[in-house]
Design a binder for this molecule. Sequence first.
Ligand SMILES: [Zn+2]
Length: 408
Amino acid sequence: MSTSLLYHGFGLPTGYEYQSSRYENGSIIFVILEKRFALRCSSCDSREIHLRGSHTRIFRALPIGNRPCYFEFAVPRVQCLKCKLVRQVKVRFTKGSEQHTKRFKKLALMLSRHMTIKAVAKYLRVSWDFVKDIQKDYLQRRYKRPNIKKLKRVAIDEVYMGKKAGYLTIVLDLQSGIVVYVGKGKSGESLDPFWERLRRAKVKLEVVATDMGAPFIKSARDNQPDAVNVADHFHVIKLFNEKLTILRRDMQRDAETAMGKKVLKGIRWLLMLKPENLALRKASARQRLDNALELNKPLATAYYMKEELRLIWQQKSKKDASNLLTEWVNKADVSGIRVVKSFARTLARLRVAILAYYDFKGLSSGKIEGSNNKIKTIHKVAYGYRDMEFLKLKILSMHENREDALSG
Ligand SMILES: [Zn+2]
């Protein structure tokens, strides 16, 4: 064992020296000392000092395989001749008062790229929070303040992160696909710090794509009055899907009432019959099937209308899209389905925002959809995160390429 091995292998800086080693409870302890010439006053960096005893401390160092290793170091206490103070010298292989070497923390971070926080913690025999804090530290340095100077087009979204975290408001750079802001809640105020940041950087947005709820639209209009509000395909379909869910629930409830049950009762075998065989049955049997199908008709119509809705964003020209939108709204009006009719009113109100899509080239909602899917994955991993700041950083860093990304 030598000083040079600790230097090359364990990141011990120059000025320290290997003294001895011992083995305790499956751990390896390297006793080290700092050479006299390397000692300085921790306050003014002066070398003019007198030794005034020491205080022994233990630091986690890089493990050897699955064997924990420690540095045992009697940290010298020195009296500075310049500033007269008596204090411990700075421990150069650790940060502040931490009990781990810088190398050890670096290893935890490196492992985080391939293993979950839980796995890293188990391997290094440290707590989950210890690994989390190392990740957080790293993420904070890199992602706390995303560069917004060149921001032109953004999408604003709300995501539900479970009971603990509640709703988060996400702002996405539509050009790069990078999340540039994460706010708490889903109200217009959730965006205030973001608008403030834009103001300070003197950024004027060109496009703000939002969901169809009033709070974000209003907040964007108040704070970036020159930006055009665009209702993109992703958000419109998302809202329509929510309406479909309501419709399906309503219908299920109706079917559970006595009337519905009576209609649905015993028609399963009728549904299985081939049409030619059905023709041979009594008229009353056919009537029963028609009644049952009638019950499901609104759902079938609504599904069909969703497919037609998509086409509004796939037209060659704004004019074609405009015609299609009018046609869709009219169809919805006569559909007789309550939720579809109310959705049509929303669409009519947002007509300008929907058609604005055609005024900006390359405004596909693929990036919004992609980021939404990624956030859902983070949601799954992050469900247990109690640390809100950490959760935000995880979202801000989710565009990170695979090699650099940290596991949850
Ligand atoms: Zn000093």
